[in-house]
Ligand binder design. Structure first.
Ligand SMILES: Nc1ncnc2c1ncn2[C@@H]1O[C@H](COP(=O)(O)OP(=O)(O)OP(=O)(O)O)[C@@H](O)[C@H]1O
Ligand SMILES: [Mg+2]
Length: 509
């Protein structure tokens, strides 16, 4: 007899329907085969299903079992075919019908219980988009799947429970979505009020957070660069509903949602170490997985000790930084992951770290400095809108400021301003696909940025004097737009352009 169970297959963030056909033949020697381009994890499903059935006291049939994952020419990855295969076999031996409007999805443990499985949100979205009624997922993945409204999400604890459900002895109640608490007290390691001085760097981070601009901080060891970057999540607004779903899909696909977890509300902050590989940073693998740039989507990618990253790894950022997405092509599949992040990079000015420092003398030769600077490619620097110096703070000032944090502006105060500036942008881009000023293309700059005559004259003069590239010229305009938004002013004034110009490398040196 042939049974058909509906499941899914993922290629990046795209989901397609897979029919899990289970045939149990009366004739032939006992065997258990899975066909339909299974990878190793799928093929090993045989052992998990067999043992889980036996350990759940549900007899495993000693007959010829063939499982076909159709369509047969699409490669299958992952361990989540365990549940549909087990249900297909149980339906045959226990004689219950399988609901055809349901998706089955989940990895089995050898004891018959279901484990938290990555991709539950994507599977549930697929079910809704294709007009299916329900999805059966592991209990610990049910909250993640229940984000999707309009379908029933059945949480399955183990095989005995689902058996009972189909025999009508047991009821399984659909999961009701429990949002994560949105109280964001401890999202950052530091509060901005704990950082003494560094007003220019704090201002740059505020502008970056408001308009989605990239930042490079250069300064001596111990000047507070890492501290500043780690305080940044505290001034970022929460994700909007639409952004939250975008980001959670990527995390679901990468298996980065904890058991019982659901929609992400806090913006991602990723800080990979410089030993990261290119595939780790931008994504890759034979069955392509998202890299750090996609896990940082709609959030922050912090590259500390920027000069220490291998040049090839940094160069790989060029195209995704420009396009906000990255396509990874493999012979069998081609996947696109979004990667719209704020790059925050920190570096020392030279190998010894003290070039330009008032307190300590730099011992590097010119050659060493040149070689060090060369590691940062021009095109990458050109993509960074805000370049700031982070000088060492005076120790006396630092000592005098302990316990004085109440007087300074806290991350919460700064965040309020940023939220207002982001609201202006949201309204501005209602009919566009973008969210922030930094994402504007030429057409949008022409449409949404009005420069006062003074501002235009100042910008033209600066472009001539500092020989700004076309990209740099447009970046100054976008940055000035954000600065004006922080002030809630609709026209871009000369003061805004002047401040934006300060953050260009070479302009203020
Ligand atoms: N401006 C500051 N205000 C308060 N504390 C500071 C400041 N600057 C540095 N510190 C203290 O010094 C520590 C080290 O600073 P941090 O790690 O941010 O330096 P860094 O600039 O990243 O140095 P490196 O170039 O060596 O990585 C911080 O954790 C903090 O305790
Ligand atoms: Mg540091």
């Amino acid at each position: 007899m042939l049974n058909k169970v509906t499941s899914v297959s993922f290629s990046g963030l795209t989901t397609i329907k897979i029919d899990v056909e289970v045939n149990i033949a009366d004739k032939g020697l006992p065997s258990f085969d899975i066909v339909g381009l299974p990878n190793k994890a799928v093929a090993e499903s045989r052992e998990r299903v067999r043992t889980a059935l036996v350990n759940s006291n549900l007899n495993f049939p000693l007959r010829r079992i063939t499982v076909n994952l159709a369509p047969g020419d699409v490669p299958k990855y992952g361990a989540f075919y365990d549940l549909p295969i087990a249900v297909g076999i149980l339906s045959e031996i226990k004689g219950f019908p399988i609901p055809q409007g349901s998706v089955f999805f989940g990895e089995l443990s050898l004891d018959g219980s279901l484990r938290h499985t990555k991709g539950a949100l994507l599977a549930a979205l697929f079910a809704r988009e294709n007009g299916l009624e329900s999805i059966f997922v592991p209990e610990q993945s049910a909250n993640e799947a229940s984000v999707v409204r309009g379908i029933k999400v059945f949480p399955v604890r183990d095989l005995s429970q689902i058996m009972g459900y189909f025999n009508s002895d047991l009821e399984i109640l659909p999961t009701v979505y429990q949002p994560e608490p949105t109280e964001k007290s401890e999202v950052a390691d530091f509060d901005m009020s704990e950082i003494v001085g560094q007003e220019q760097a704090k201002r740059a981070l505020e502008i970056a957070a408001a308009g989605g601009h990239n930042v490079l901080m250069i300064g001596s060891p111990g000047s507070g660069k890492t501290m500043l970057a780690r305080a940044l999540p505290g001034i970022m607004p929460l994700l909007s509903e639409e952004e939250s779903l975008e980001v959670t899909k990527i995390y679901s696909s990468a298996g980065n949602i904890p058991p019982g977890g659901s929609l992400l509300v806090v913006r991602p902050f990723r800080s990979p170490h410089h030993i990261i590989s290119q595939a780790g940073l931008v994504g890759g693998g034979t069955h392509p997985q998202p890299g750090e740039i996609s896990l940082a989507h709609r959030g922050i990618l912090f590259l500390d000790e920027f000069n220490e990253f291998p040049r090839a790894v940094i160069e790989a950022l060029r195209q995704p930084m420009e396009d906000g997405k990255l396509t990874i092509a493999r012979s069998l599949e081609r996947v696109t992951y979004p990667s719209r992040f704020i790059l925050v990079a920190a570096a020392n000015p030279c190998p010894c770290g003290y070039l330009g420092d008032e307190s300590k003398e730099c011992v590097c030769t010119k050659r060493e400095i040149l070689r060090y600077r060369k590691k940062l490619s021009g095109p990458i620097l050109d993509r960074i809108d805000l370049h700031v110096d982070v000088p060492v703070v005076n120790i006396q000032k630092l000592a005098g400021c302990f316990g004085d944090t109440l007087k300074k502006e806290s991350s919460r105060d700064i965040r309020e301003r940023i939220i207002l500036a982001r609201n202006i942008q949201q309204e501005r881009f209602t009919h566009e696909e973008i969210h922030t000023n930094s994402e504007m293309k030429n057409r949008q700059i022409g449409k949404y940025v009005t420069l006062e005559p003074d501002s235009r004259a100042l910008l033209m003069e600066a472009a001539r004097t500092f020989q700004l590239s076309a990209r740099a010229y447009l970046k100054v305009i976008k940055l000035a737009r954000t600065i004006a938004d922080l002030e809630q002013v609709s026209l871009v004034k000369a003061g805004h352009i002047a401040e934006a110009l300060q953050y260009r490398p070479g302009v203020m040196e």
